[in-house]
Design a protein around this ligand. Sequence first.
Ligand SMILES: *Cc1c(COP(=O)(O)O)cnc(C)c1O
Length: 362
Amino acid sequence: MTDKRIFNFNAGPAALPLQVLEEIQSSFLNFNQSGMSITEVSHRSSYFDDVINDAVDRAKRLLKLDDRFHILFLQGGASLQFPMIPMNFLSGDDTADYINTGTWSTKAIKEAEILKKNYTVVASSEDKDFSYIPKDIQFSKNARYVHMTSNNTIKGTQFHEFPDTNGVPILCDMSSDIFSRPLDMGKFGLIYAGAQKNLGPSGTCMVIIRQDMLDMANEDLPSMLKYSTYASKNSMYNTPPCFGVYTIDLVLKWIEEVMGGIEKMEEYNIKKADLLYDCIDSSSFYRTTAEKYSRSLMNVTFRLPTEDLEKKFVADATEKGLGGLKGHRSVGGCRASIYNAATMESINALIQFMESFEKENK
Ligand SMILES: *Cc1c(COP(=O)(O)O)cnc(C)c1O
């Protein structure tokens, strides 16, 4: 097919930094002079201890986490967190607030429903096909947590500010924008992210959890479904997703040492997204699907004048080495996912392609 790497706009699994892939490749047969691949070393060895501890330290440094926060690595992707959260934090008459901003929030709510927990959907943008971020949300007084999705991968919307919940901890699905910007951690009790958007290979999920959430969690759950099991064993109660953790460590190292930290990462992400949105806004051929104030810096969703043109756009782009531009199967249209690892070079290539496609097809 191709002997060249493409400009990869996949939504997830998504592009990883080339330097990270090269480092994996060069150390794959002999990790750290161990004489073994990282996929062959024991998770009880000092080789792997160094990897997981480095990943935890880097995550804490990047997000400026204090000692109350634990970094955990779980399996089951982001989706296993949807039931784990109500299982761990709701019992009896306890209730939680949910904000519904799209497919992933809807799935999280569905799990609370299946588990027969009490919850209130305090805000939803479903009335306009999830094209905006709700404002002025009234939260319940007695909620144990507020669940929300920071970036809506499919609809291309993103919270640019987190709501004031009157001190109720926010538990947030950050699968598609974790480590893309600095966070005010005072608001969060738990953050989780499936790795395949901004962190590494699919299957692994990073969980950042505050001690007081662990203290209030239910204990009468199977071991593998309790956060405390992971927190008390440095995520090694059973065999952790070793290759995932290793890749995440390299990606975090890349953010720290190559990109210059999380503030710089955010600047870069804003620059990339601005260029792309400017290209769309200055054209009468392309249009975005998200309300302007709600637009995502990570997933740029847009439409062309007709579905036929959208099909042609995706096909021509693929031909030219620009991949992954088809919108999610549930919404159609086009989507460019431009996570941390998307380079300015790939943004420029996309813009150039979009401009010439418009000229040829208008
Ligand atoms: C991709 C995605 C998920 C699902 O992740 P899995 O690892 O496939 O379970 C959940 N939430 C958001 C915001 C996502 O982007």
